[in-house]
Design a protein around this ligand. Sequence first.
Ligand SMILES: Nc1ncnc2c1ncn2[C@@H]1O[C@H](COP(=O)(O)OP(=O)(O)O)[C@@H](O)[C@H]1O
Ligand SMILES: [Mg+2]
Length: 305
Amino acid sequence: MSPARAPARVAAPAGDPLQEATILARRLRLPYLRTAAAEVVPTARAQRWDPAELLRVLLAEEAHGRDVATIRARRRRAGFPAGKTVDAWDEQASSIPQATQQALRTLEWVTRRENLCICGPSGTGKTHWCEALGQHAIDHGLLVAWFSIEDLGGLVRRHRADDSVAKAIRRIITADLVVVDDIGLLPVSPDAAEGFYRLVDAAYERRSLVVSSNLHPAGFEELMPKTLATATVDRLLHHAHMVVTQGDSFRLAEATAGKGGEAPDLTTAGRSLAATGDNHGHHRGISWPPVGSFDDRLRGEINGH
Ligand SMILES: Nc1ncnc2c1ncn2[C@@H]1O[C@H](COP(=O)(O)OP(=O)(O)O)[C@@H](O)[C@H]1O
Ligand SMILES: [Mg+2]
């Protein structure tokens, strides 16, 4: 009886088996296995590995390479503004309570399809924190999409001609987490207001939205028609965590520190900005910080109370 060899339909190697395996890996589109093989096969040979172990290691390399590539592609597709991550985030320096930060990092609220509203004055880390959370979500296998409110306006304009706005919005909410950053700094165009409403409505109880603004959502009716604002905010806040950022602008602090504290003009400008109440105190009649931060509620919920 002939010894058990490779099945008949697999031709015996004509030359160097590793070289042939490399060609086959290319044909079968296994790029990570192919690259790893050049290093792993000689090691396996030298250390007399069990063939099953070699197979396992090569397949694991391919799986890992694909996972990393998927995450990289998802990051690109999300459209993040600055590439800022949790690593660059200083937890202590933020005015967001640490317990809230930790609760949000668990991403449990995303699996519960709850929303997050983060509001506070300019420069207090809203965009950075939203992006850090978004990047964190991608690292945990979730799909994220990032928009400014005007991006939504552009989307509505592009899709109105062929009546495909609803379809475009449905595509957006294939993401697990949709961020709309910086609402309220600029006037909201009617198209953007429509896009925002449509997004909030479509995502309601189905997907998590993160909204950042220098205004409390109660003030959105100053940005868009009142009926639309009410309907939007109503849905947005129904299952929402409210996070308020406070304090002085990090940007301003960095700018003044960069000048070794010798920037009286900037410092004065910063103080006077705060004193006008444009960033602090009252913003166009809306009390700031808003009455009743929901941070405690968030902590309570996450702790299961
Ligand atoms: N807690 C923090 N840790 C590290 N950097 C921060 C933190 N908060 C804010 N920053 C930095 O300060 C600057 C302003 O923050 P940003 O998120 O743009 O503010 P906002 O969106 O509230 O206007 C950015 O460069 C950001 O990276
Ligand atoms: Mg911002």
